[in-house]
Design a protein around this ligand. Structure first.
Ligand SMILES: Nc1nc2c(ncn2[C@@H]2O[C@H](COP(=O)(O)OP(=O)(O)OP(=O)(O)O)[C@@H](O)[C@H]2O)c(=O)[nH]1
Ligand SMILES: [Mg+2]
Length: 370
């Protein structure tokens, strides 16, 4: 294996140099921007330093009949040494490559790759609202995109930059030990509460109480009670805002009180107002708006708007396991400017839930792009 460094004004020129020198099968191991001193050391030209490598065909060692046995053994040892050397070089290159997080890129592939076209395709796959797409598009400077060697590089850089789109959930965001979960029907409110209750109680040893105001849907109370029994936490069902206030008071010694609510259509203002009278009875509390990532973008924007009278302060996205595009998370975060507390990715209680850390969210969203 031959490894060589090349200095050029851009990737195109570097590719030409590499192709001339090492041939079309050469692979790019690394590329970085370097500044070269110009005349009198004043102007510093921007250049790229590209490291490329190519496999060399091992030279066959001719063996002659009649050579002494010791000579044969020597050749065998020297062949084995040569093989080991090549293997070692391959390992070194792979390690370097892994450290950069970049796979090999063939020079011949690179010459046909258009990073701008590829970035457009990634944006389309994310299915973003026009104004959000514009913001994501502006993330890259032209020159930065020019330097991307393949789709994986673009995704890696995009994922790093998307971290800034998310507001971290810090302890300072918590101002109450009462957390209520609201949202449209069937999005996964009760399941998410069960996952959180189990995690807080079983893994963090917190003392949890569960209260539900969903006495409308048949089986809703029973559903939460089953989870409560399994986890070993108290579950209380209440019918009126006054009962809710009392239930919260009764459990004020708990580390956390999780309140489950009935699913409400954002189009039904009367139901949302009724929910408000319940929540107003137990303020201060932290309200989590639970949304299914698979909901149409237009509907998600309407939901966050109609629910805004309930003054929710955090977002939970569910059913991430059921989609190939998580751009809806970006759309809602842009519209609400609120932190994502959790993303759920399956029906399993308590496992299928992940905290909404900006870094993890960016990786999750970009990781889902093919
Ligand atoms: N695939 C998948 N299914 C989920 C997830 N979270 C919840 N579900 C499923 O979604 C369905 C509805 O979940 P619930 O927790 O009852 O939803 P809800 O919001 O409480 O429903 P209502 O109280 O009727 O409004 C159940 O079948 C859950 O197992 C998830 O992250 N992924
Ligand atoms: Mg429910």
């Amino acid at each position: 294996m031959r490894i060589k460094k090349y200095l050029a004004y851009d990737m195109k020129e570097a590719c030409q140099l590499i192709r001339q020198d090492l041939g079309p099968d050469a692979v790019i191991i690394n590329s970085k921007e370097v500044r070269q001193k110009g005349i009198l050391g004043f102007m510093k030209a921007r250049m790229v330093e590209v490291t490329a490598a190519v496999d060399e065909i091992p030279v066959e060692k001719p063996t002659q009949q009649g050579v002494k046995e010791s000579q044969v053994n020597n050749d065998k040892v020297s062949n084995e040494m040569q093989e080991m050397k090549e293997l070692l070089q391959q390992i070194i290159v792979k390690e370097r490559n892994a450290a950069n997080g970049k796979p090999f890129v063939k020079v011949s592939d690179l010459e046909e790759f258009d990073p701008h076209e590829e970035f457009k395709k990634i944006l389309q796959e994310l299915d973003l609202l026009p104004e959000v797409e514009k913001r994501v598009e502006d993330i890259f400077q032209k020159q930065e995109l020019d330097e991307c060697l393949n789709r994986i590089h673009i995704k890696d850089k995009l994922s790093e930059k998307l971290v800034d789109f998310f507001i971290p959930v810090t302890k300072a965001n918590h101002n109450s030990n009462v957390l209520a979960f609201i949202g449209p029907t069937g999005v996964g409110k009760t399941t998410t509460i069960a996952k959180l209750a189990a995690n807080f109680a079983l893994y963090h040893g917190l003392n949890i109480a569960l209260i539900t105001i969903d006495t409308y849907r048949i089986g809703a109370v029973a559903q939460l009670k089953i989870y409560g029994d399994i986890i070993g936490v108290t579950v209380e069902a209440v019918m009126t805002p006054q009962e809710l206030k009392l239930a919260v008071k009764n459990h004020e010694d708990c580390d956390l009180i999780l309140v489950d609510t009935a699913g409400r259509s954002s189009k039904n203002a009367e139901q949302i107002n009724e929910l408000k009278t319940f929540l107003d009875a137990i303020r201060p509390l932290e309200i989590y708006l639970v949304l299914d990532v698979n909901t149409k973008n237009k509907d998600l924007i309407a939901i966050v708007d109609k629910y805004s009278i309930l003054k929710y302060s955090k977002l939970v996205f569910t059913k991430a396991d059921e989609t190939y595009s998580l751009g809806s998370i970006l759309n809602v975060v842009e519209a609400t400017e609120l932190p994502v507390a959790y993303v759920t990715n399956g029906q399993n209680v308590p496992d299928d839930i992940i905290p909404g850390e900006p870094d993890g969210l960016a990786k999750l969203i970009i990781g889902e792009v093919e």
